[in-house]
Ligand binder design. Structure first.
Ligand code: 5AD
Ligand code: SF4
Length: 443
């Protein structure tokens, strides 16, 4: 409670799981000081936008939403507007925003979000805007309360930042250098989640395979996976994201050997052309990636592979693009996040010559999606009439009479079943396969 009034807050989150996780922490801190969450923006006393900078589109959405708040702030001058996340961490961004949107009250970055309650207090007491961005990451701040969206599955960050500097990507500039949480902190957090009834955890990091570097403890990602697998009461373990250059045999064996680790690996390829991969600074070529995929499939035959792909990177020729299409056909991804290359200021790729024409980019994007979806539909069809194990997460989004959950391979299943199965792993018979999901019946 601040100044004796219970404040309500609204959080809108753009971008990746890291941002979702940061928002869960912001919400946890606000609940801790007596604020209550609302999903109705117009009614909130505090509006927080947790922003993303990975693509221009994400930034444009933030600007659009900010513009729409001007009127609300005029009607209710007490309203507190706060901006945070990756976009704020970019050079000159906070100055630009304050000039264009002077009604913003608080701006902070990715390295100091734990200070948000303090900034809120300052604004309420002093009535002046607070802008604070740390240029560099500090140590890891443990013990921040987390207000999680689900009470069945949870995300647990195991490492922050990225050292890879792919030439298109802003993440290393806005999230700082790689640093790992101590294994005892991670295990403690997961055990306390299991005690609360959580059944699935996803270990999160920009590059989970380099987990453990720089820690005093003799631990790497494979070891961590095996430690987490030992936790009693936990049903499922997922993780993301894996950089192909760092996915070791030890990790593949851990996935194969540990019964709780799901049969799914997200392995961003970005491009199927060795020349483009080189320009992207990905540190592997097409053949090395395909060899890794062959090893994974040999060791874990029922694995589901998913990926991220960028089309229209500077210099990408029709042949380079066809290499990507062919690689997608060869690997047969269960699904893929596909992106049109977006120029990001201060990244090396932004300065590269041969930027690709928008029309060509869109055309390639559409052709890629067609191939990706065709394969997804084909893989989903292979589930028809099969019985699969589903962790039941709750009611279906589009049909309240049905339940939804996921297979170990990450397939979304909407099915008819008993409500008391929520939170359990049950057998579901697949009755219909769609491109992006499966329908079924509990048996
Ligand atoms: N343009 C398009 N896509 C990008 N990604 C990262 N930076 C860019 C960019 N500048 C994609 C990558 C990454 C995913 C999270 O976002 O595919 O894996
Ligand atoms: Fe960005 Fe590459 Fe780091 Fe992923 S590995 S966050 S794409 S720089």
């Amino acid at each position: 409670m601040l100044n004796n009034k219970t404040l309500s807050y609204y959080i809108e989150t753009w971008g990746c799981q890291m941002n979702e996780e940061d928002s869960e922490k912001l919400s946890g801190m606000l609940k801790n000081i007596g604020c209550i969450r609302t999903e109705v923006k117009e009614q909130a006393d505090i509006i927080i936008f947790n922003t993303c900078a990975v693509r221009e589109n994400a930034e444009l959405k933030v600007f659009g939403n900010l513009g729409a708040l001007k009127k609300l702030k005029e009607e209710r001058p007490d309203l507190i507007i706060a901006l945070c996340g990756c976009m704020m961490q970019q050079k000159d961004m906070s100055e630009t925003i304050i000039k264009k949107y002077p009604f913003v009250d608080i701006i902070f970055g990715t390295h100091n979000s734990y200070k948000f309650p303090e900034y809120l207090n300052r604004v309420r007491q002093e009535g002046k805007s607070v802008i604070e961005i740390f240029d560099k990451e500090e140590g890891i701040v443990e013990g921040i309360p987390v207000d999680r969206k689900s009470d069945i599955k949870a995300f647990v960050t195991i490492m922050y930042g990225c050292n890879n500097f792919c030439t298109y990507c802003v993440v290393p500039y806005v999230r700082g250098r790689e640093r790992s949480r101590k294994p005892v902190e991670i295990i403690r957090e997961i055990k306390s989640l299991v005690a609360l009834g959580y059944k699935e955890i996803t270990l999160l990091g920009q590059n989970v395979n380099s987990y453990g570097k720089g820690l005093e403890e003799d631990v790497d990602f494979a070891k961590l996976l095996r430690m987490v697998n030992e936790i009693e009461g936990l049903e499922r373990i997922r993780f993301m994201t894996s950089h192909p250059k760092d996915l070791s045999l030890d990790v593949i064996y851990a996935i194969r050997d540990c019964e709780k680790i799901c049969n799914q690996i997200h392995l961003p390829v970005q491009s199927g052309s060795s020349a483009i991969l080189k320009k992207m600074n990905r540190s592997y070529d097409r053949e090395q990636y395909l060899e890794l995929v062959r090893t994974i499939k040999r060791e874990i035959p029922d694995v589901a592979l998913t990926t991220d792909i960028i089309v229209g990177f500077p210099g990408e020729t029709e042949e380079d693009f066809e290499d990507t299409l062919n690689l997608v056909k060869e690997v047969e991804y269960d699904s893929a996040f596909t992106f049109i290359y977006s120029r990001r200021k201060y990244t090396p790729a932004d300065k590269m010559e041969e930027q690709i024409d928008d029309k060509v980019k869109h055309d390639r994007f559409n052709r890629l999606i067609e191939v990706v979806n065709e394969i997804s539909a084909k893989i989903n069809k292979s589930y028809q009439d099969k019985v699969v194990k589903v962790l039941v997460e709750g009611k279906s989004k589009n049909d309240e009479t049905k339940l939804m959950g996921r297979t170990t391979t990450g397939k979304l299943v909407n099915f008819v079943g008993p409500e008391d199965s929520i939170g359990n792993v049950i057998d579901v018979k697949i009755t219909k396969a769609l491109t992006f999901s499966l329908n079924g019946e509990a048996i």
